[in-house]
Design a protein around this ligand. Structure first.
Ligand SMILES: [Zn+2]
Length: 92
């Protein structure tokens, strides 16, 4: 393991909310280039990531042009919690 200032490994959902893809990326301490790989949740194309690191980070599928966004984990947890609340409400 080297030294990275950022590492992430996310499951990606397509427009139908199915978990069909993923995105793995890491940024070395001494560079601003994010490297890694992705699987597009829309068309299941797999590709390499090698682009400038910035937040919010997003990668465009080179085959179907689907935009894969990396949201902050905190925001994602919030979203999930909001969804759960909604589910509970609807089932009562
Ligand atoms: Zn795609």
């Amino acid at each position: 393991m080297g030294n990275y200032k950022y590492i992430t490994n996310r499951i990606l959902k397509n427009k139908a909310e199915e978990e069909k893809g993923f995105l793995k990326t890491r940024v070395p301490n001494d560079s601003d280039i994010a490297e890694g790989m992705y699987k597009c949740p829309e068309c299941e194309n797999q590709g390499k990531i090698n682009q400038e690191w910035k937040r919010p980070f997003s990668v465009r599928c080179e085959k179907c042009n689907f935009l894969m966004r990396i949201s902050k984990l905190k925001d994602e947890i919030k979203k999930e919690k909001a969804k759960e609340k909604l589910k509970k409400k609807n089932s009562q």
